[in-house]
Design a protein around this ligand. Sequence first.
Ligand SMILES: C[C@@](CO)(OP(=O)(O)O)[C@H](O)COP(=O)(O)OP(=O)(O)OC[C@H]1O[C@@H](n2ccc(N)nc2=O)[C@H](O)[C@@H]1O
Ligand SMILES: Nc1ncnc2c1ncn2[C@@H]1O[C@H](COP(=O)(O)OP(=O)(O)O)[C@@H](O)[C@H]1O
Length: 288
Amino acid sequence: MLYVKAPAKINLTLDVLYKRPDNYHEVEMIMTTVDLADRIGLEVRKDGLIHINSSNGFIPSDNRNLAYQAAQLIKDTYGIQEGVTITIDKEIPIAAGLAGGSSDAAATLKGLNELWNLNLSNDTLAELGAKIGSDVSFCVYGGTALATGRGEIIQKLPAPPTCWVVLAKPKIGVSTAQVYGGLKIEEVEHPNTKQMLAAIDTNDYDLMCASLGNVLESVTFKLHPEVVMIKEQMKRFGADAVLMSGSGPTVFGLVDHESRLSRIYNGLRGFCDEVFAVRLLGERNPLA
Ligand SMILES: C[C@@](CO)(OP(=O)(O)O)[C@H](O)COP(=O)(O)OP(=O)(O)OC[C@H]1O[C@@H](n2ccc(N)nc2=O)[C@H](O)[C@@H]1O
Ligand SMILES: Nc1ncnc2c1ncn2[C@@H]1O[C@H](COP(=O)(O)OP(=O)(O)O)[C@@H](O)[C@H]1O
C-alpha cells in the first residue's frame, strides 16, 4: 500500500474579479497548505476497478468522490488496465472551505503517478487536476501560491511568515456553487492582494494579518450568521487576525505565539465540534 498525505488549504486572500461567460468566476487568491491532512492509501488491483474505502460515512464512495474521479482520469488518459483501491482516512472537515476533496484528488493523482510509473511532472498532474475541480491544481503543488483564472493557474510563492493557525468549523456545510452564485461583485470590499504578496515577500507577520480578506464572507455570513459569531469569538479569545476560508464555513485565526494558542483553541471548543490548532506547511523560519 502506498500512502500519500493530502493537506488542507486556507485562503489568505480571495478576490473575485468578474463572472465569466462559462459561469465560473475569475478569481485572484493566495492559498497556503496547513498541517491538517487526510491520508490516502493506494493499492493496485488486477480487476481494473476503482474502489473507495473510507470509515467516514459522509463522503461518497462512488464516482462522485473526487479521488475516484482522479483515478478514473489517470486510467482513461494513459490507458491503464489495472484498478486501484483508494483508502481515505478523513481528518479534514467536509464541505468546509478547506479543499479536503480536492486535496484527496491531488494526492490520488500523485500516488498513481508513482504506482503506475508514469513519470508525469507536477505541471501535467495540475493540468489533469483542473479537469476535476478548480482547487485541485493548487493541491498538486501545495505550499503557498497565487491562484488566478478560475483557480487553476498557479504561481508559486515563498512561505508566509511563521505562525500558528486555529481552524474552527461550525456544524454546517456550505455549497461552494451557492456561495459564488450569491455574490454581488459590485457591492464587495476587495482584499489588497498586492499588499499580501508584499507581506509574504518581506516576511512581515503584521502586514499579513492586516491584509487578510475574502469577498465570499459577505455571502456566507448572510446565509449562516453563526460564522460571524465564530469570527468574533476567535478575535475575542486573542487571535491576531481572523478570516473565513474559501466559501466557508471554517474560520481561521492567526497567532505568532504558541502561548496564546490554548486559550483560543479551548475557547472555540465551546462553540464548534471541529477545532484544530495547526502550523503552516513549508515554513521559511521553522520555530524551534
Ligand atoms: C471557494 C474555493 C476557494 O479556494 O474553495 P472551497 O471553498 O470550495 O474550498 C474555490 O474557488 C472552489 O473551488 P472548487 O471547490 O474546486 O470548485 P469547483 O468544483 O471547480 O466548482 C464548484 C462550483 O463553484 C463555482 N465556482 C468555482 C470556482 C470559480 N472560480 N468560480 C465559480 O463560480 C461554480 O459554480 C462551480 O460549479
Ligand atoms: N474525497 C472527498 N472528501 C470530501 N468530500 C468529497 C470527496 N469527494 C467528493 N466530495 C464531495 O465534495 C463536496 C465538497 O467537499 P470538500 O472538498 O470537503 O469541501 P470544500 O469544497 O468546501 O473545500 C462534499 O459535499 C462532498 O460530498
